[in-house]
Design a protein around this ligand. Structure first.
Ligand code: PAF
Length: 259
């Protein structure tokens, strides 16, 4: 497995493999079984698997959130190697946002609701970095988790609007045995907070907006940012809560498959 730190290195490493499909799994590290399921799918479907590893400052509104985001590059690289990744693109912030950077991608409507309303600028940061990753890697397929349903909707819209030649592959949310959706942020929860956080998947599992809101209103020790039905593809019941200093999002599909 090769690790490239620069755009030039990444492009040159991919020069000779363009005759077969290239799959990109964009990550911010803190790899868990959810990421591994994306890497496995990419490994099955593509000749070359690229994983990006970049904690993107542009999608964090809050300095504390950015500073506390789990980082363990050695562990992430070992997991990527075990998953059969061919190339990891792990750039510095300066490589992705050189001095004078001033071009941003805004998916205006899809990106302004729900998470977009609670985290202004978040999806602008996501769309910009994902477009730049697409430009660097030029993947045939890009892999994302349904856990971030609105992120998927934003990227789908961006691909459509900008006529990007990338096949978007969306894989089901992976959950722990207790139902909590896997997230790099779960590592920041205390045992007690984790118990309280379970109210979110339990509420969403009702697949009923009124019941979910009532259940969360009765739950102690968490603050609800929103519980809403979102007309994504597929439509989902989505929610965001804060438990201590950790903010968690989750969703369940309301029709179609069981993502
Ligand atoms: O889902 C994530 O981990 C990030 O939002 C992504 C897609 C890697 C962009 O930074």
């Amino acid at each position: 497995m090769k690790v490239a730190r620069t755009i030039a290195e990444t492009r040159s490493a991919l020069e000779d493999v363009r005759d077969g499909p290239i799959g990109l799994v964009p990550t911010m590290g803190g790899l868990h079984e959810g990421h591994l399921s994306l890497l496995r799918a990419a490994r099955e479907e593509c000749d070359t698997v690229v994983m990006s590893l970049f904690v993107n400052p542009a999608q964090f509104g809050d300095e504390h959130d950015l500073a506390s985001y789990p980082r363990d590059e050695e562990r992430d690289l070992a997991l990527a190697r075990d998953a059969g990744v061919d190339l990891v693109f792990a750039p510095s912030t300066e490589e992705m946002y050189p001095a004078g950077f001033q071009t941003w991608v805004e998916v205006t409507e899809v990106g302004s609701r729900l998470e977009g309303a609670f985290r202004p600028g978040h999806f602008r940061g996501v769309a910009t970095v994902v477009l730049k990753l697409f430009s660097v890697v030029r993947p045939d397929r890009a892999y994302f988790g349904q856990k971030d349903a609105q992120q998927v909707a934003v990227i789908r819209q961006m691909i459509r609007d900008l006529a990007l030649d990338v096949d978007l592959r969306v894989l089901p949310t992976v959950r722990d045995d207790d139902g909590l959706a896997l997230s790099s942020r779960n590592a920041l929860l205390t045992t007690e907070e984790r118990k309280r956080a379970l109210a979110l998947p339990r509420a969403l599992a009702t697949k009923d907006l009124t019941a979910a809101r009532a259940l969360l209103a009765r739950s102690n020790g968490l603050d609800v940012d929103y519980v809403e039905v979102a007309e994504f593809d597929p439509p989902v019941l989505a929610g965001a809560v804060r438990v201590g200093s950790v903010r968690l999002i989750d969703n369940v599909a309301l029709e179609g498959d069981s993502k």
